[in-house]
Design a protein around this ligand. Structure first.
Ligand SMILES: Cc1cc2nc3c(=O)[nH]c(=O)nc-3n(C[C@H](O)[C@H](O)[C@H](O)COP(=O)(O)O)c2cc1C
Length: 203
């Protein structure tokens, strides 16, 4: 059975523009894959803590040496990694907050980037271990940044996802949402068009 991992990170829950567009993506995907499974990872409803010294030590500890508290931390990260491994495809809702991805989404990456688990170092450099899954990023922004040096999200997400082996990444942008009601309507219309046409292109 096909599985889609849907990662949510809008502060505004179901009303966030990235959430609305990601919901469109999910409906389109479900229409293409009737009966398929969708895993929802809502990073706002259930936030992950910051990666601090204690958590990093737990994630890099030897399994046989882990304390009960370290075991709990690793189990939390393992659950996130399992969702990624089980997914055939991923949709990431990524609003722009203060010129970056939401800190909750950054925490998710901090908990899934694990040496020997989701990437490994080889003689020829780092190798991502999550390969082969298409990722669609729904990027919603108040202003306009795509294709300019001020777009801090796109290169970071491409590099981070690529580091984990996720190199097949498409971006759907909805930009200018804060400029005016007309800009917002037009941005959402264009993004919906891209989501629908991506669905038509897919097999
Ligand atoms: C805390 C906060 C910070 C924001 N920072 C930016 C920003 O740096 N650049 C920008 O273009 N828009 C910014 N915005 C506008 C959001 O990107 C825009 O409202 C977008 O729709 C957010 O996606 P969401 O509705 O899915 O949460 C910010 C919004 C909030 C709430």
């Amino acid at each position: 059975m096909k599985t889609l991992l849907h990662v949510r990170s809008s502060l505004f829950g179901d009303h966030g523009q990235s959430a609305v567009l990601a919901a469109d993506f999910v409906s389109t995907w479900q229409a293409r894959h009737p009966g398929a499974r969708v895993i929802v990872r809502d990073l706002i409803a259930t936030p992950l803590p910051h990666l601090d010294a204690e958590r990093f030590a737990a994630l890099t500890s030897q399994p046989e040496a882990r304390t009960p508290s370290q075991q709990r931390i690793v189990a939390e990260s393992d659950a996130l990694v399992t969702e990624l491994r089980e997914a055939d495809e991923i949709v990431l809702a990524a609003p722009m907050y203060n010129f970056a991805i939401p800190s909750q989404l950054k925490s998710w990456f901090d908990h899934i980037a694990r040496a020997g688990v989701t990437f490994r170092y080889t003689a020829s450099g780092a190798e991502g271990l999550l390969g082969g899954k298409p990722v669609t990023v729904i990027a919603t922004r108040g202003g306009f940044y795509a294709g300019t040096p001020a777009d801090s999200q796109t290169p970071w997400l491409q590099t981070m996802l690529g580091f984990l082996g996720l190199n097949d990444v498409k971006f759907v942008y909805a930009e200018g949402i804060a400029i005016s009601a007309d800009h917002k309507t037009e941005a959402l219309r264009k993004a919906r068009e891209q989501i629908a046409s991506a669905g038509n292109e897919a097999t």
